[in-house]
Write a protein that binds this ligand. Structure first.
Ligand code: F0G
Length: 457
């Protein structure tokens, strides 16, 4: 196969500041073995998140200069609104400053005690906003999605029988919304098929439950559909995207992902009454209805980025980058989630470090080892993030111990990815030297952001 090259040239660059392993050992100790506490300048390759970290195109930077900063009815808003309407087909578009702001508004209106939100898998902020309202979030991921090492084409799919059963059990009246996350971030960045979206939508329609899409990575998901689902090979990404959203009553979106923007988000829908309630809340929390917490220039960048992110040469390069890294790791025997996700590569820390017990956070230990060895910053999605204590204060581990290496869009080249694979393989070959960690300080909510740790003696 011919090398798939980056479909862009580089016009503007940012320096990477090199440091030594000895320096990183000290930096890590000062950060209490929590990479969220490491200054970005001390990171060589930053794979903490793909959110808000994209490189914007020259067309986006040019659009930024056209930003209309009028408080009401800015020209930039109408460009943004028209892009969302054109691409996703929803008549009502409400800007927010990022994805979780859209979630906060939606679930404040629809949530509350005794309500249930069903999903393939809710992302952490989505779940947190649902729970903060007093409601409960329930994940109904298909069986294939729960097996990291077994490949399947659509591991992000919802279990449709489980959806039907849950609606029966809880009563449609107590379910204000079903949410499909595309791609499924917390489950390895795995895609959802059109067939599955259509089936979930039909079940919702029968039961008069609104069906929304968490659309953060809608374009990556559409590319997987084109490549893997029968009948879609000859369709354009725009056609697939339009079909996907045609089955939904609305969506929440973080423009920090599949829009190449550094900030932004929106809510889009058909329901006028719900939109009125959302806008009322928007005005007291985010801002007026035509800017929603964003500058006019941000709306411009999103309007351009939404189209660019659907370009096939970009998507081919994007998805291939994840496959390329995953293939190198598999060849070296590194345990990794299969197949590769759309925006990230997920290491299976439980299999990588079997000598570290779960209460000593193998995922976080691996995150620290990758930083110390090669200055790579990743994030633990395991027991530090999701672990709990039961009523007797006993440790309850998370379902999986994953380390996510999320790749910012259009930022790193193939040699950066080669370097990442070399560091991971090096760490893997010396894995027996890695020690577990213990927590010295933690908060009751979302502790992984601020927790302090130290190596176990
Ligand atoms: N939904 C999904 C599926 C996400 O991945 C995120 C953010 C959000 C909603 C919230 O959007 O950050 O704009 O408020 N994910 C980032 C990540 C933070 O690192 O995966 P936001």
């Amino acid at each position: 196969m011919q090398t798939i090259i980056e479909p862009f040239r580089i016009k503007s660059v940012e320096p990477i500041y090199f440091n030594t392993k000895e320096e990183r050992t000290v930096i890590l100790e000062k950060a209490f073995y929590n990479p969220f506490q490491i200054p970005a300048r001390d990171v060589l390759i930053d794979l903490l998140t793909d959110s808000g970290t994209s490189a914007m195109s020259s067309a986006q930077w040019a659009a930024i200069m056209l930003g209309d900063e009028s408080y009401a009815g800015s020209t930039s808003f109408f460009k943004f609104e028209s892009a969302v309407k054109n691409i996703m087909g929803f008549p009502i578009v409400i800007p927010t400053h990022q994805g979780r702001a859209a979630e906060k508004i939606l679930f404040t209106i629809l949530g509350g005690k005794g309500k249930y939100f069903l999903s393939n898998t809710l992302f952490d902020t989505t779940r947190a906003n649902i729970e903060f309202s007093g409601a409960e979030g329930i994940d109904l991921l298909c069986a294939a999605g729960k097996l990291p090492s077994v490949p399947a084409p659509f591991k992000g799919n919802m279990d449709i029988d489980a959806l039907k059963n849950k609606i029966q059990e809880l009563g449609a009246n107590n379910i204000p919304m079903v949410i499909m996350t595309i791609t499924n971030n917390s489950g390895g960045g795995q895609p959802v098929s059109v067939e599955n979206i259509k089936a979930a939508s039909a079940v919702c329609k029968e039961n008069k439950i609104p069906f929304f899409i968490d659309a953060c990575r809608f374009s990556e998901n559409a590319y997987f559909i084109k490549k893997r689902e029968a009948g879609y090979a000859d369709k354009t990404i725009a056609e697939i995207v339009a079909e996907v959203f045609s089955y939904a009553d609305g969506c929440t979106m973080s423009a920090k992902k599949d829009s190449f923007a550094n900030i932004g988000g929106f809510l889009a829908m058909h329901d006028k009454e719900l939109a009125t309630q959302c806008r009322n809340l928007l005005i007291i929390t985010e801002g007026f209805t035509t800017y929603g917490g964003l500058a006019g220039r941000d709306l411009e960048a999103i309007a351009v980025g939404l189209y660019e992110v659907m370009e096939e040469s970009y998507l081919q390069y994007r998805i291939r980058s994840m496959e390329y890294l995953t293939e190198k790791l598999i060849a070296a025997g590194v345990p990794v989630m299969q197949p590769a996700g759309g925006h990230a590569v997920y290491l299976d820390a439980k299999a990588f470090l079997p000598h570290i017990p779960l209460h000593q956070f193998p995922g976080q230990a691996l995150v620290c080892a990758l930083y110390e060895e090669g200055g790579i910053r990743s994030v633990e999605i395991g027991s530090l993030m999701f672990g709990k204590y039961d009523a007797d204060n006993q440790f309850v581990p998370a379902q999986m111990e994953l380390v996510r290496l999320a790749v910012p869009r259009r930022v790193y080249t193939q040699s950066h990815i080669d370097y990442v694979s070399e560091v991971i393989i090096n760490v893997f070959n010396n894995r027996n030297e890695i020690k577990g960690l213990e927590i010295t300080e933690e908060t009751p909510l979302l502790r992984h952001f601020t927790a302090k740790l130290k190596p176990v003696k």
